[in-house]
Design a protein around this ligand. Structure first.
Ligand code: ATP
Ligand code: MG
Length: 198
C-alpha cells in the first residue's frame, strides 16, 4: 500500500509520518518511510540545490529538478517496496508539484500532470493525507527557513488553496486533515481512516 502526506511547509507532515509508521510497525507491518525531495542519493543532491536559499533557479528548472528527484524515487525506492508488498509512506509526492509549481508558481497544471505521470510511471498513492493549516500559523513553527519557506506568504496561501482544490478533485484519495490540532489528535484521526484500508 502506498500512502503519501502532503501540506504546506511546517504543516506537520514529518511528525505524522513518524507516528503512523510507528503505529503500523507495532502491528507488524513492514513499513518503508521515505520522502521527497531526497528519497534517494541523487535526490539528496537535488534537494540541496532546491532548498539552498542562494540557488537562483527559474520555476521551470525547479519543476524539472523535482521531477528528476521523483523519477529516481519511484524507480529506486517506491516501486521495489510496493512489489515486495511493503507499506510505503512518503513525506510528499506528486500532488506537491501540482500545488507548488502549478498553483504556487503558476506553471500549466495539465502539463505538470502529464509529466508527473511520466516521472511516476503512473504510480499514485492509494491514500493521501493532506494536513491543512493556515500558512500564518505554519510560518510561526518555522525556525531556520529554506529557499521555499522564504517565499512571500501569498505563495503559501496559493499552495494551500491548490492542495484544497486537488482534494476536491480527488475526494476518494485525498483526505483533508485539520493540521491545527495537536499531533496526537491528528494522529488518532489518521488511524481511524487507515484502519479501513488495512
Ligand atoms: N500538530 C502540531 N501542533 C503544533 N506543532 C506541531 C504539530 N505538528 C508538528 N509540530 C511542530 O512544528 C514543526 C514542523 O513540524 P514537521 O517537521 O512535522 O512539519 P513538516 O510539514 O514536515 O515541515 P517541513 O515542511 O519543514 O518538512 C516541528 O517543530 C514540530 O514539532
Ligand atoms: Mg518535514
Amino acid at each position: 500500500m502506498f500512502i503519501s502526506f502532503e501540506g504546506i511547509d511546517k504543516s506537520g507532515k514529518s511528525s505524522q509520518v513518524k507516528l503512523l509508521a510507528e503505529y503500523l510497525e507495532k502491528m507488524n507491518y513492514e513499513v518503508v518511510k521515505t520522502c521527497e525531495p531526497g528519497g534517494t542519493r541523487v535526490g539528496q543532491k537535488i534537494k540541496l540545490i532546491l532548498l539552498r536559499p542562494s540557488s537562483r533557479i527559474s520555476s521551470i528548472s525547479e519543476f524539472f529538478l523535482y521531477l528528476a528527484d521523483r523519477a529516481e524515487h519511484v524507480r529506486q525506492v517506491i516501486k521495489l517496496a510496493l512489489e515486495a508488498r511493503k507499506i510505503v509512506i512518503s513525506d510528499r509526492f506528486s500532488d506537491a508539484t501540482v500545488a507548488y509549481q502549478g498553483y504556487g508558481r503558476g506553471l500549466d497544471i495539465a502539463w505538470i500532470e502529464a509529466l508527473n505521470e511520466k516521472a511516476t510511471q503512473g504510480i499514485l498513492p492509494e491514500i493521501t493525507f493532506l494536513l491543512d493549516i493556515n500558512p500564518d500559523l505554519a510560518r510561526q513553527r518555522a525556525k531556520k527557513k529554506d529557499r521555499i519557506e522564504r517565499e512571500e506568504i501569498d505563495f503559501h496561501h496559493r499552495v494551500r488553496q491548490g492542495y484544497l482544490e486537488l482534494a476536491k478533485l480527488h475526494p476518494e484519495r485525498i483526505k483533508i486533515m485539520n493540521g491545527e490540532g495537536s499531533p496526537k489528535e491528528i494522529h488518532l484521526a489518521i488511524r481511524k481512516i487507515i484502519l479501513k484500508y488495512l
